[in-house]
Every structure is written in structure tokens, then in C-alpha cells.
Design a protein around this ligand. Sequence first.
Ligand code: OVV
Length: 405
Amino acid sequence: MSAPTLGRAPTIDVDPFCDEVLADPIPLQRELRAAGPVVHLSTYDILAFARYEQVHAALVDWQGFQSAAGVGLTNFRTEQPWRPPSLLLEADPPHHDAPRRVLQKILSPRALRSLREKWFADAEELVDEVFGHGPRVVDIDAVTELTEAFPLRVFPDAVGIPQEGRENLLPYGDHLFNTFGPRNHLVEEGEPRAGDLLAWTSRQCRRDVLAPGGFGAEIWSAADRGDILVDQAPLIVRSLLSAGVDTTVHGLSAVLHAFATHPDQWARLRETPAAARVAFDEAVRWESPVQVFFRTATRDIEIGGRTVPEGHKILMFLGAANRDEQHWGAEADRFDLGRDPSGHVGFGMGIHQCVGQHVARLEAEALLTALARRVERLEPTGPPRRHLNNTLRSWESLPLRAHLA
Ligand code: OVV
């Protein structure tokens, strides 16, 4: 069809989904940005964008770059998706819009006001449990004890799912985010459990399983009002369980790792606790817990001086765009509370921009506020360990020492 067009862009032969790159994507991101506005990835024979300008342009052009053919490497036009597609993530207007409107209202800052006090108290309680009232210096693993523990304490309750089986939420999300990439060893290792995890997750989306007053029940009420079809309700609940757990865990890990390695910034947060929100967004920019997403060209479409042929997948490096010096300045690699991180593409941009971002910010604000009150100084006590995922940038372990106030 158009191999010569693809061929004219600078080619990079490195596989962005190999273990070495997933463990540290920063050098490849730099190489991709330097290579040009559009880069050909020979491993998958696709075009990719790593500069802010093209990533942003592709994200906002939903007419030219569709989501309904899948936002992973798999093209849903030619290959069967492993789960029924999401009505939000893997849909385009007009189908996308009613589910989006419903969820956007349920997760709006206004709707979340009723959760704020409870989540701040829950964060205080967790921080008290972790640090107790004895010694002034406490060693923890911030991942298991804080960044996984806090979302798992508040989010499943907010959705309204039962206690039983909640240990499936993180493994389900981990596999889901792996499946947006190529079928490498990470996907293959997840496959034996995938059917059971998806079945469990799908069962939690039924009306009779969801507690009254939660986000899940609100979605069913929207179906009763006719804002969405009744058959759409379970898949919209599934979006909450798919996109709402691993992402927030890794976002919180990102911000705690950032602070542990930038003690001056922690001091700044303690002086100005209201900086918790901006700190979280700066960490989402700096670490980009969601590193990449794909789109599919709906027609031959020009971008960055090249033509993406109709039907071809493109890969958007959100993490690379979020550290593009052309956009962020020479200090793009620095985690800095003095920066205005708005405009970062860590939550995406345009009509698909993260509908749960206010939930994520509220979780972060609650946890950081509680920590800033108790912890004078945070320092790493050992090497942090990455958890590899085809889409997510995440930590398996963050050994930290907290010096209590
Ligand atoms: C943004 C996102 C990630 C993963 C899953 C979904 C959405 C979904 O809607 O299922």
C-alpha cells in the first residue's frame, strides 16, 4: 500500500516494548524526539510521535485518528479484541458521547465533594496505621503500604463492589494495560489468568452486585433515566474498574518516588500543603504512569510533514511529550513544584481525556495531605524496583524511610 511513505520517516529499530526500554524509557524517548516529528518503528512497521506538538495534535484529532479500531497495537478491524471493547476508550463519536457524558457527571468535581471529607479521614487513618505512634523513624515499602493500600481502601467502596475478590483488581488492570502493547512475554504470562480476571471483573458490574449510592449504582440509574441503554451500563462500570485502580496506584507511586528523590520539594509541600494537587499533576507529567496509546488513521492524514496512510496504527509517546524540552523548557526532566504542569498529556487530551482525573487528584490530595502532616522527611533506603508493563510506568517496590514530625 504505502511502505515508501512509512519508509521516508527516520527509522528506529529499538523495540519500545522490550524489557530494557520498559525498565527505563527515558533514553529512547530522547532518541525518538531527536529523530524527528514522525518516526518509523521498524519492529512493528508503524509511525510514532514523541514530540509534544504531534502527540497533542493526534490526541485532539479524533476525526483523523480513531479509537474504535483499538488504542493498542491490535487492529480491531482485522483482529478479535480479547475482551468486548470499552464503550469509552475504544469508541468514537457519536457512540462514545452518551457513555462519556454519564461518567463525566458521576465523576465531576461537584459530585466528588461528598467523598472529600471521608477520603481525607481515610488517608489519616491509613497513615496512622502505617506510622503508629511509637518510633520517630519508620521504614516502609511505599507501594504495598501506601500507594496500593490507599486506592484499594477508598475506590472499590466508592464504586460499590463487594469485598470479596478485590485482590483481582490490580492483576486484571495489569494484564489489560499489557494487552495494549504487542503480544510479548508480559502478555503471554498474563494470559492463563486473563479469562478468570475478566469474568470476575465483569460480574462486579451487575446491578444486583453494586451497593446503592456508589458510582456503579449511579451508572445504572442513568440507564433507568434513559441517558444510556441498559445494556451499556455494565460495560461503563467495567471502565471504572479497568482504568481506575492501577493508574491511580502508579500515579501515587510516581509522586512519592518523586518526593523521596527530591527532598527540597517535600519541604516545599510541607510549607504549602495546598501544593498537593499541583504536585500530583507534576508527578503525572514527570513520570507519565500511562506511557503510550495508539490510534488508527481514518484516512491518509498529514502530520509532522509525513502522511499516515489510512488504516495504519500510530503510537503516541505520552511520556516523551511530557518531557519535550521544546515545550517544557530545558528543565523538562526535573520534578519541580514551581512549574505549571497544565497541558501535560499524562491524562491524554481532547474528547478521551481521563474522565477519572478528578478522582485520581482527590486520592492524591488526601494521601499527600495526611503524609505531609506526619512526615518531616522522606528518603529512599534501598534501590526502588520497577514493575514492567507494556503501557504503565510503575513501581513494584519503593523502600522508604520516613522521619516523623
Ligand atoms: C483509559 C482506560 C484504560 C483502560 C481501560 C479503559 C479505559 C476502559 O474504558 O475499559
